[in-house]
Design a binder for this molecule. Structure first.
Ligand code: EPZ
Length: 421
């Protein structure tokens, strides 16, 4: 398929309304949850993203019937028999490792290609596998595949060495059809994990401690189907909040869950940005003054989200003074920095900490997206830069943002999608 780019004429000032979509990182595990029941499941508010299409094709390839009726995904897994998610699907999207847990719970065995690393880091799944072994699974690695068997879940305690979002989800799902108590400690508490746990409860599993870092799940082998609405995407919301701030605009975001962006809101307010809650799911973000510098350190939820780090770095180039950004989650999540420097940013890297001196004038340039959130960062920089910015390889962007240009144009951005030569 031809490569596409986004061409932006800057500077822009964004004003108006934007609707936030369902969360990619909740929709993906919710699609995989359907493997735990033979009954049909209904999922609404699913975002239209490449990663969702990839997950749908993986699930279809093992026998899931998927149909979409007026924005609702209907998934029926009663005819699933294959237990192998092949490499050429898995390498396209790491989230497919989440097939392991439900496949083990459903059939007692699973074979999933080990996901390669990706641009932001090696991203092993050792903590997922250790959790399964604690529950009684045997794991072997063969020809680049994980081959796991789990005939019966045994009562156990799992302490995650470090917080892992999909690791917590995989462990919950693997234990969900056993009927022994499995205690998970040092769990991720991201809202997407909470929605997975709550959905497992509606399916019939008993879980104590939902929303905290310690959950005890006692499953059952006759889990029911579910019908649920995917929670709002807090990272998409955060990206548009930064877009309003960086362009000194005035944007109303609807379909947001304000409590899920608290850490971001407090950082933006420290920078002098005004954020008003105008309704249950409406935030108004406006800025008409000089931005103040801040220090950021990424952390598991409710700390500052690593998925918002790249977007914030673009914003901090426009703050008057020196800011620092420390990335504690991934070992190589600064690919956006070199491209921002090409646009005129003054950023130094030392170990896992950035020092950003602002305010620097950014000039449009052809830039290269390398991963999902880095590409969002380059679009944000292009919105405020003088002149034309061309963000290439935007297939990265389309993995996690519903046609970003179609949401930015009504806000006044001069942006278009072109097929690269
Ligand atoms: C999820 O990835 C998200 N993806 C990521 O979003 C997000 O950046 C990340 O959580 C952190 O919030 C999905 O939910 C599909 P982790 P995940 O396991 O679960 C290390 C995006 O932009 N680790 O919480 O893969 C790992 O290498 C994506 O939408 C191990 O060492 O992340 C990382 O350094 C990017 N061993 C840290 O832990 C393991 O077994 C956190 O990873 C698992 C993880």
């Amino acid at each position: 398929m031809a490569l596409e780019s986004l061409v932006i004429q800057g500077p822009n000032q964004l004003k108006g309304d934007v609707q936030i979509s369902g969360a990619k990182n909740a929709a993906l595990p919710m699609m995989v949850l359907t493997l735990l029941t033979d009954q049909p499941c209904y999922l609404s508010h699913v975002p239209r993203l490449k990663d969702i299409e990839s997950m749908a094709s993986i699930l279809s390839s093992i026998g899931t019937q998927i149909s979409i009726k007026d924005e609702t995904h209907v998934l029926d897994t009663k005819s699933v028999e294959k237990t192998h998610a092949p490499y050429d699907e898995v390498r396209k999207m790491r989230a497919s490792v989440m097939v392991l847990g439900p496949m083990l719970a459903r059939t007692g065995r699973a074979r999933v290609a080990l996901p390669g690393g990706c641009a932001i880091g090696v991203r092993p799944i050792d903590l997922h596998l250790k959790a399964f072994e604690k529950m009684g699974a045997t794991i072997e690695i063969q020809d680049g595949d994980v081959i796991a068997t789990l005939p019966k879940v045994k009562a156990c305690k799992v302490l995650f060495d470090r917080v892992t979002v999909t690791g917590t989800m995989n462990a919950l799902m693997a234990a969900s059809r056993g009927n022994e108590p499995v205690k998970l400690m040092n769990c991720a508490t991201e809202p997407e994990v909470t929605q997975v746990a709550q959905t497992l409860q509606t399916m019939g599993a008993t879980i104590e401690g939902v929303g905290t870092d310690t959950m005890t799940i006692c499953g059952r082998n006759d889990l029911q189907g579910f019908s649920t609405r995917v929670i709002p995407d807090r990272i998409e919301a955060g990206t548009y909040m930064v877009a309003a701030a960086i362009t000194k605009g005035d944007v109303r975001l609807s379909g947001v869950e304000p409590s899920h962006v608290d850490s971001l809101t407090s950082k933006l307010e420290q920078m002098g940005v005004s954020i008003q809650k105008e309704g249950q799911d409406i935030l108004r973000v406006s800025m008409n003054d000089e931005l103040l510098p801040v220090d950021i350190q990424t952390a598991p939820y409710p700390g500052f989200a690593t998925d918002m780090q790249a977007q914030f770095v673009a914003l901090l180039t426009q703050a008057n003074g020196k800011s620092t950004v420390t990335e504690t989650i991934f070992e190589n999540r600064f690919m956006h920095v070199a491209e921002l420097v090409r646009m005129g940013a003054d950023i130094r890297i030392k170990n896992s900490m950035l020092s950003i001196s602002g305010k620097t004038k950014l000039s449009g340039a052809p830039v290269m997206a390398t991963d999902l959130r880095a590409s969002a960062s380059l679009v944000l920089a292009g919105l405020v830069a003088e002149g034309q910015t061309t963000v290439n390889r935007i297939y990265h962007l389309d993995r996690g943002y519903e046609r970003m240009e179609e949401k930015l144009i009504p806000l006044g951005a001069t942006i278009s999608r072109v097929t690269s030569s």
